[in-house]
Design a protein around this ligand. Structure first.
Ligand code: CA
Length: 663
C-alpha cells in the first residue's frame, strides 16, 4: 500500500468514526457522566438541556406551546459533548414552554419523550415544562422543618392513598382526590366526626406514607371527570408529582406547588411524610423515557436479550448499572431536598442491588440522617441479579439503616397472604407462635425464639429492631377485616372484632417500626376485594361512616398508639437491648404468648411490663411473676392509669385478646 493510500484510509476511517454513533461492546462500556445537571437547567437568561445517551445517532429538542398536541414551535439539533451527553443551550427565557426529546437509533427516530430527570411536566407527563422551581414554593416554605424525630424506633407509619382519604362523599373534604384534600383541616362527617388530616393527627401516628405520588402512567389526566383510579405503581416520570392529584395537570408548576403545600401542612401538624418509590420497573417498557432515549440501558436483559421481568410488570430496571444507580440516588435526593420528604418506601426492593441501596442511605445521611428508608425485601419474579447482591430480606444485615417489611409476623398473625381461608394466631390456629415471637423481637437474634419454627425465616434477618417494619396489613391483598371475614366465616362480627383488635395490639406492642394500613383503626373493608389497584373509589376510599360505627375499635387503636408513644420499652433501639430486657414467659398453651419488658427497659418509667396475647377463643390462665400489677390494656381498652390491679401469681386472659400489665 502506498503511503498516500494508507493515510487516506486512516483519514477515511477517522471520518467514519466521527460521523456515526459510537459502537460499544456492552452497556458497561458506555461512558459515564459525573455531573448533576442532566435534564433542564433553567434561568431567565438561558435554558440548558442535557440528555445522556452515548450510543444513539442523533438527538433533537422540540419546544411546544402546549403539554399535549400541537406542532413544535421550534426544533433544535443537539450536539454530543463529553461523556455521552447531548447538549443544547438556548439563550432566551423559555419559561412556560413545553419540551420533549427525540433520539435516533438504527436510522429511526424514536418517540418524543421528556428526559428521565424532568422536574415538571404537562398533562399526562408527555412533555417537560420549563418552570422556575422557586416559584412553586408555598408560603413559608423556607421555614418548613421536618417534625422532630429522636430515632427510627419512634416511627408509627400510616399508609395512605391520596385519593382514598377524601373521596367519600361524607368526608367533608372539598378538594376530593387531590393533594390539597389531605391538607384541609376542620373537615367533618355529617355526624360531626373529624376526617382527613385532623383524624390522622388525632390518631397520633408519626408518619404518613403516601402511595405512589410521582407522575404515573395509568390515570388519564386529560379526562379527570372519568375519575379513574389507580394505586400508581406504574411510574412514568420519577421526579415530578402525579397530575391527577393536582387541580391543574396541564400547568406543571401546579402539581409541584400543591404537593409541597401538602407536605408543609403535614409538617406543620407534626406529621412526617414518606414517598412510595417504584424504581424497580417503569409503567411503559418499550415506550418509557429510559428506553426511548437510551435503548435498553436502564433495564436488565434476560438470556434471550429481551426485558427480564422480576417485577412481573413487564420489565425490571438495572440499579447495578452506573447511570441507573446515579439516577436513583439523584431522584431520591431531589425529593428529599426540593420537597422536604422524610422517608422512602422502596417497592420490590429485592430487585435493587445492595450497593445502590447503601449509596442511597449514604446520600440521604448527608441531607438528614433522620430520613427513613425501608422496602419490600423481595422480588415478584426471577432476576438475573445474583441473590447475594439483591436487597432482599435475607440480606438486610448487609444494608445500612434500611428496614424491610416483616411478612413473617404479618402472616403469623393473620395467615398466609395467598391462602385466603388460612387461619393464624389471632384466628386460633396453633403453630404460628414462633412466627409472632420472631416479629415481637423484630426479626433479631433472641435466645428464646425457635428460629426453625418461624414461618418464612429460619434465622434472624435484622441486625437491629430498627430494620424491621412490623405490620399485619397494607394496600396489597385483603384488608385485615376482609381477611378475617374470609378466613373465619363461622365467627360473629363481635368475635372478629376481637381478633382485629388483638392483631392491632400485637403490631403496636411489638419491637420494630410500626406500620398501619389507613383505616384499619375503623375496620376498613374493600368488600372482600383482594387486589384493588384499579378498582373504583367506592371500593378503595375510606368510608368515614365507619368511624361512627366502630368507635370502640378506633379508641383502642388510639390507646395502643398512645401506649407505644408513652413507653420506650416498646421501642427498643438495639438487638442487645431486646436480648437483655425482653424475656418470654413459659406458657403451657398453644396460641398464647407472654413476655416481660423488664428493668425499666429503654429507660421506661414502668419497672416491668407484662404483655400477653391470647389467640384462643377461650380464656387462658398462665403463671406470671408475683407482684402488684396494674392492668393498662385489656381486650376492650387502654388506660395508663390502670383498669384494675392484680396481685396474684396467675393471670387469666380472656379469649382473643391482649393484656398489658405494668409495675
Ligand atoms: Ca400521570
Amino acid at each position: 500500500m502506498s503511503r498516500l493510500l494508507y493515510l487516506t484510509t486512516i483519514l477515511l476511517f477517522m471520518w467514519t468514526c466521527q460521523s456515526g454513533p459510537k459502537v460499544y461492546e456492552s452497556f458497561e462500556d458506555y461512558p459515564l457522566y459525573e455531573g448533576t445537571d442532566l435534564g433542564l437547567t433553567y434561568s431567565p437568561q438561558a435554558s440548558i438541556f442535557k440528555v445522556w445517551s452515548p450510543a444513539v445517532e442523533a438527538m433533537q429538542l422540540k419546544l411546544y406551546e402546549q403539554g399535549l398536541g400541537g406542532d413544535p414551535i421550534r426544533e433544535e439539533t443537539m450536539k454530543m459533548g463529553d461523556d455521552g451527553v447531548w447538549e443544547i443551550t438556548i439563550n432566551e427565557d423559555l419559561k412556560g414552554k413545553y419540551y420533549a426529546f427525540q433520539a435516533k437509533s438504527d436510522g429511526n427516530w424514536r418517540d418524543e419523550v421528556p428526559d428521565p430527570y424532568v422536574k415538571a411536566v404537562g398533562t399526562n407527563g408527555r412533555r417537560g415544562m420549563i418552570i422556575d422551581m422557586e416559584s412553586t414554593n408555598p408560603e413559608g416554605w423556607e421555614a418548613d422543618k421536618r417534625p422532630a424525630l429522636a430515632g427510627f424506633n419512634d416511627i408509627i407509619i400510616y399508609e395512605l392513598h391520596v385519593r382514598d382519604v377524601s373521596m367519600d362523599p361524607n368526608s367533608g373534604i372539598e378538594n376530593k382526590g387531590k393533594f390539597l384534600g389531605l391538607a384541609e383541616s376542620g373537615t367533618k362527617t355529617p355526624d360531626g366526626l373529624s376526617t382527613g388530616l385532623d383524624h390522622i393527627k388525632d390518631l397520633g401516628v408519626t408518619h404518613v406514607h403516601l402511595l405512589p405520588s410521582y407522575d404515573y402512567l395509568s390515570v388519564d389526566e386529560s379526562k379527570l371527570e372519568e375519575n379513574n383510579y389507580n394505586w400508581g405503581y406504574d411510574p412514568q416520570n420519577y421526579n415530578t408529582p402525579e397530575g391527577s392529584y393536582s387541580t391543574n395537570p396541564e400547568d406543571g408548576a401546579v402539581r409541584v406547588r400543591e404537593f409541597k403545600q401538602l407536605i408543609k401542612t403535614l409538617h406543620d401538624n407534626g406529621i412526617r411524610v414518606i414517598l412510595d418509590v417504584v424504581y424497580n420497573h417503569t409503567g411503559a417498557t418499550e415506550g418509557s423515557n429510559f428506553n426511548q432515549l437510551v435503548p435498553g440501558y436502564y433495564y436488565r436483559q434476560n438470556e434471550e436479550g429481551g426485558f427480564s421481568d422480576a417485577s412481573a410488570c413487564g420489565n425490571e430496571t438495572a440499579s447495578d448499572r452506573a447511570m441507573m444507580r446515579k439516577f436513583m440516588i439523584e431522584s431520591v435526593k431531589h425529593w428529599a431536598e426540593e420537597y422536604h420528604m422524610d422517608g422512602f418506601r422502596f417497592d420490590l426492593m429485592g430487585i435493587h442491588d445492595i450497593e445502590t441501596m447503601n449509596a442511597i442511605t449514604s446520600a440521604l445521611d448527608e441531607i438528614d440522617p433522620s430520613i427513613f428508608v425501608y422496602g419490600e425485601g423481595w422480588t415478584a419474579g426471577s432476576s438475573p441479579l445474583p441473590d447475594e447482591n439483591k436487597a432482599i430480606k435475607a440480606n438486610t444485615t448487609k444494608l445500612d439503616r434500611v428496614a424491610a417489611f416483616s411478612d413473617d409476623i404479618r402472616d403469623g398473625i393473620k395467615g398466609h397472604v395467598f391462602t385466603h381461608e388460612a387461619k393464624a394466631f389471632v384466628s386460633g390456629l396453633a403453630g404460628l407462635e414462633e412466627s409472632v415471637k420472631f416479629g415481637v423481637v423484630a426479626s433479631t437474634q433472641h435466645p428464646q425464639v425457635q428460629y426453625d419454627s418461624v414461618n418464612y425465616s429460619n434465622a434472624p434477618w435484622a441486625k437491629s429492631p430498627l430494620q424491621t417494619v412490623t405490620y399485619v396489613s397494607c394496600h396489597d391483598n385483603h384488608t385485615l377485616w376482609d381477611r378475617l371475614a374470609i378466613s373465619c366465616p363461622e365467627e360473629s362480627e363481635e368475635e372478629r372484632i376481637k381478633m382485629h383488635k388483638l392483631a392491632g395490639a400485637i403490631v403496636l406492642t411489638a419491637q420494630g417500626v410500626s406500620f398501619l394500613h389507613a383505616g384499619v383503626e375503623m375496620i376498613r373493608t374493600k368488600g372482600g376485594e383482594e387486589n384493588s389497584y384499579k378498582s373504583s373509589d367506592e371500593v378503595n376510599r375510606i368510608d368515614w361512616a365507619r368511624k361512627g360505627q366502630y368507635p370502640g375499635v378506633l379508641d383502642y387503636f388510639k390507646g395502643l398508639i398512645a401506649l407505644r408513644k408513652g413507653h420506650p420499652a416498646f421501642r427498643m433501639t438495639s438487638t442487645e437491648m431486646v436480648q437483655q430486657y425482653l424475656e418470654f414467659l413459659e406458657v403451657s398453651d398453644n396460641n398464647l404468648i407472654a413476655y416481660q419488658l423488664k428493668d425499666n427497659a429503654n429507660g421506661d418509667e414502668w419497672t416491668n411490663i407484662l404483655v400477653v396475647y391470647n389467640g384462643n377463643a377461650e380464656y387462658k390462665t398462665l403463671d406470671i411473676p408475683t407482684g402488684n400489677w396494674k392492668v393498662v390494656l385489656d381486650g376492650e381498652r387502654m388506660n395508663e392509669e390502670g383498669l384494675g390491679t392484680i396481685a396474684a401469681s396467675q393471670l387469666t386472659v380472656p379469649g382473643r385478646s391482649a393484656m398489658v400489665l405494668a409495675q
